[in-house]
Design a protein around this ligand. Structure first.
Ligand SMILES: Cc1ncc(COP(=O)(O)O)c(C=O)c1O
Length: 426
């Protein structure tokens, strides 16, 4: 995103053009930024450990146009559900290019996951006999909860540690792999999700040592080798303006991980496994924005600016108390006054910004831009109150493409069936 003479643009496409061409609210993604984010991270990790690969956690932004950018860059896919395995298939990816890390799976999930032939990553040892009922995967991983997790998005987004619902307890790791070996599985992987939006490189070294101790002991005692270790996602981006001068030092994070990894491989005498990670936010988070419009301004107990960007468009602030920075097109150099900002949903959690210094002259019809909306943005949107999901647009060097239609009324009633005795008389 660029601001010149107060006017906002996205890789050469102005916010005005987006609003006039596609309406508001609209999600906008910068292709070149996604590529740059991916390449920076890949170069950092490969520099420190050559046998390295990223799997894109498609849950964070599942538009196939976006996922294809990452596929072109060489990413595999981390799928959280059978439908995400199907999304990967729509990208032309399957087999060992896809990792299925679902949790609390149904028998149907297990059967379809197994039939799809992707890498199976089990969230609990109790799943193993259920998998074996349907067939024996050649290669199997367990998601390990190393007993520690961290999140810069608040405790709601903790993916590991005693409070998390995910992963195999450290005390159960040995028995989990023993049972898999006894069942005749011959190739093994291990996985963890270290936390969310972390900008502290040392944390990645710390957590790598934790999981590698568990894996190293299993490798030694059970005489098994690991094909791969997947250290999950969690690479952070700064959301608040004051954090912008402290982005994650990706080279330092990669060095921390690789140093810990190699040290533990040597300590446990393991054959060096492939190192994998499956970030998402780091690739697309800061490459996505929402363009919305101011529709009503209300001076009541306080001044509230009403836009068409609500908790239905971007759930993170209402869900996690997440911070997103907001810009006003044409007014960024104006003096500011603290105001609130809300969407059009009948919930007070939709009053998602309070006392934020915004340009004083903000008025009806102005365009607002929400920053860092690429990850967990559209993918978590929903059509509550009949406020339908927005459009998605990709920009690249002055060109722009609609990559998902705005929902319309027909989408609200599609798949709904009214029994005859309830239907209004013609
Ligand atoms: C299993 C798994 N892998 C990867 C990710 C991606 O995380 P991030 O966007 O923090 O990199 C998530 C996010 O929730 C996840 O649950």
């Amino acid at each position: 995103m660029n601001i010149t003479d107060d006017r906002i643009s996205f890789d050469g496409v102005s916010a005005q053009t987006i609003a006039e061409t596609y309406g508001t609210p609209t999600y906008v993604y910068e292709e070149n930024r996604i590529r740059a984010n991916f390449r920076r991270a890949l170069a950092a990790f490969r520099k420190h450990y050559a046998d390295f690969r990223f799997f894109y956690a498609i849950k964070c932004c599942n538009n196939l146009a976006i996922a294809n950018i990452l596929r072109q860059e060489g990413a595999g896919i981390d799928a959280a559900s059978v439908n995400e395995i199907l999304l990967a298939k729509a990208l032309g990816l399957g087999g060992e290019d896809v990792m299925f890390s679902g949790n609390f799976l149904s028998d149907d999930d297990i059967r379809q996951g197994l039939e799809s032939g992707v890498i199976f990553n089990l969230d609990d040892p109790s799943l193993l006999p259920r998998v074996l009922k349907f067939g024996k995967p050649e290669c199997l991983a367990f998601r390990i909860n190393p007993g520690y997790g961290k999140s810069e998005v608040g405790h709601f987004v903790t993916n590991a540690g005693p409070e998390a619902k995910f992963g195999v307890h450290p005390d159960q790791v040995m028995d989990a792999y023993r049972a898999a070996k006894d069942a005749g599985i011959t190739r093994f992987g291990a996985h963890m999700m270290p936390g969310s939006c972390i900008r502290d490189p040392e944390y990645f070294g710390f957590i790598t040592r934790l999981i590698m101790d568990l894996i190293g002991r299993a490798s030694r005692e059970l005489q098994i080798e690991f094909d791969f270790i997947d250290l999950g996602g969690g690479l952070g981006i700064p959301y608040k303006p004051e954090d912008k001068n402290a982005p994650l030092d990706i080279d330092a994070a990669a060095a921390q991980v690789a140093t810990a990894f190699k040290e533990k491989i040597a300590e446990y005498g393991m054959k060096p496994p492939r190192l994998m990670m499956e970030p998402a936010r780091y690739f697309v988070g800061d490459a996505g924005y929402i363009v919305g419009r101011v529709h009503t301004i209300k001076d009541s107990y306080s001044r509230i600016i009403g836009t068409d960007i609500g908790m239905n468009t971007l759930a993170r602030p209402a869900m996690y108390g997440a911070y997103h920075h907001i810009y006003v097109d044409g007014r960024e150099s104006e003096p500011r006054r603290p105001v609130g900002l809300c969407g059009q949903i009948c919930e007070n959690t939709d009053f998602w910004v309070k006392d934020r210094p915004l340009p004083e002259g903000i008025t009806l019809g102005d365009l607002v831009v929400v920053e860092n909306a690429g990850a967990y943005g559209y993918a978590m949107s929903y059509p509550y109150n009949g406020r339908l999901r927005p459009a998605e647009v990709l920009v690249n060097n002055g060109r722009h493409w609609l990559i998902r239609d705005r929902e319309e009324f027909a989408d609200l009633v599609r798949k709904v069936h009214v029994p005859a005795h309830l239907a209004p008389k013609a």
